[in-house]
Design a protein around this ligand. Structure first.
Ligand code: SF4
Length: 451
């Protein structure tokens, strides 16, 4: 039975879910702190911070507004470029984006805390319930969005501003995608992501159909009959697991699935004294820090490369080390060792600098193993739509997000292979604007041949 709602539901989450035990790692600014930081900004004319923001927020403009006490105007500036500005203020890797580009870095002085200023303005907007945007005049056109994560929400909002009817088809029961189920809780909790989804859809006119698997329970052909354009924003699939001896033992989980579980429910890790996380990306680092935060005394990351080679952000790993994280570099898991059906250790081979076995092997104790080696990419999903091309598990799109199937666009992780929330927000909005041109029959719009 499909559940159709005129607006996003504010789903009640369990109050005893494990994520609530984490504290905010970047506490919010007070008014005085925000004003002091905003006054440090040079309001650069050719601001490099803007060019590093995928949504191109006018950063000096919103900071200047904070400095003059116009917080509502600052929030308007942010949301005009990025409707997910509240969550991006918390989850963006600003160290490698806007803050990393701030001119203060060249002066060997602390860069402007752009993320914290953005949070100050957007939190104020949520608290005061300022409303900035209205739906555009009805165009009579309808767009179906497959997925309910950041890319879909950004696309939905922009399409409504442009006057198109929108329906979101979401496979899960919670809007927000990984923003709700996958963000480290010391950055943002699930209830904040749900609140944001609700806030975005306050623009009105977005139908949300939840608990529906497009391609299985609901065919593409049906959606194409109902809508004049579609956006595929389904994210990535389940965790990829390692088919090693002992993989059937209890206590071995995919990292994304585990993170979802403790964000939405209580988990009891009192029996876990040692945990191992396999992988070297940002999900692996998040999992390490989260396990330490959940009280596991010894957490070891096992990664095939060196510390310098890991794909996770260096600043995140530095923070993990401060939390007490351990690492086994240049190590390849060979088998899971168990007792009474439960994992007790990971058997590993030592690798050399070229990732060849050295002949040395060792075991790392683990009553819990999280596998963070990536998520499954799209496969059968794409076969149902003629013209939709998939390469290396990603939907192939042009610069506007258009696929090879006329009127079908894609945005977010399913098209970019797995990037940041801010990338998904940018791509969702860009696809919405391209669809607007497509529906208007604009010259050059992808799929339009009669102009
Ligand atoms: Fe302000 Fe730094 Fe951006 Fe210049 S680069 S506008 S100083 S935040």
């Amino acid at each position: 039975m499909l559940r159709a709602l005129s607006q996003a539901p504010m789903t009640k989450l369990p109050e005893d879910r494990s994520e609530v035990g984490f504290t905010d790692y970047k506490p919010a600014y007070s008014q005085v702190q925000a004003a002091a930081e905003a006054n440090r900004c040079f309001y650069c004319v050719d601001a490099p911070c803007i060019s590093k923001c995928p949504t191109a927020i006018n950063i000096p403009e919103f900071i200047r507004k904070i400095s003059t006490g116009n917080v509502e105007g600052a929030a308007r500036t942010i949301f005009s470029s990025n409707i997910l500005g509240m969550s991006c203020a918390r989850v963006c890797p600003v160290e490698v984006l806007c803050v990393g580009a701030c001119v203060y870095n060249d002066l060997e002085a602390p860069p402007i805390e752009i993320g914290k200023l953005q949070r100050y303005a957007t939190d104020a907007a949520f608290a005061a319930e300022w409303e900035f945007f209205q739906a555009g005049p009805d165009t009579g056109k309808s767009v179906g969005l497959i997925g309910g994560g950041p890319a879909a929400l950004a696309a939905a909002h922009e399409l409504r501003r442009l006057g198109h009817a929108v329906t979101i088809y979401d496979a899960g029961g919670l809007l927000g995608g990984l923003n709700t189920t996958g963000v480290a809780p010391y950055k943002m909790r699930a209830d904040q992501a749900l609140l944001e989804a609700e806030w975005v859809l306050k623009i009105g006119g977005v139908e949300v159909v939840q608990d529906v698997q497009v391609g299985r329970e609901l065919g593409f052909d049906e959606l194409q009959r109902k809508h004049q354009a579609l956006v595929i924003a389904v994210g990535l699939g389940e965790d990829r697991m390692l088919p090693l001896p002992g993989a059937e033992l209890a206590g071995i989980h995919g990292a994304v699935a585990f993170i979802r579980e403790f964000k939405l429910n209580p988990v009891d890790l009192r029996a876990v004294r040692h945990a191992v996380v396999l992988g070297g990306g940002n999900t692996a680092i998040d999992a390490v820090r989260e396990l330490l935060g959940l009280g596991v005394p010894a957490v070891t990351m096992v990664y095939r490369g060196s510390e310098a080679q890991m794909s996770g952000y260096a600043h995140e790993w530095a923070a993990a080390k401060v939390d007490g994280a351990r690492a086994a570099w240049q190590s390849q898991p060979l088998a899971f060792v168990g007792e009474d059906g439960h994992v007790t250790a990971v058997h590993c081979a030592r690798l050399d600098a070229d990732r060849r076995p050295t002949g040395e092997s060792f075991e790392v104790a683990a009553e819990l193993v999280l596998v963070a080696i990536g998520q499954a990419r799209l496969g059968e999903f794409a076969a149902a739509l003629p013209g939709l091309e998939v390469a290396q598990g990603q939907i192939v799109v042009d610069a506007d997000g258009a696929t090879g199937c006329p009127g079908v666009y894609a945005a977010g992780d399913c098209a970019n292979g797995g990037k940041e929330v801010v990338n998904a927000a940018a791509e969702g909005k860009r696809a919405a604007q391209a669809i607007d041109r497509y529906l208007a029959g604009a010259p050059g719009a992808r799929g339009v041949t009669n102009v």
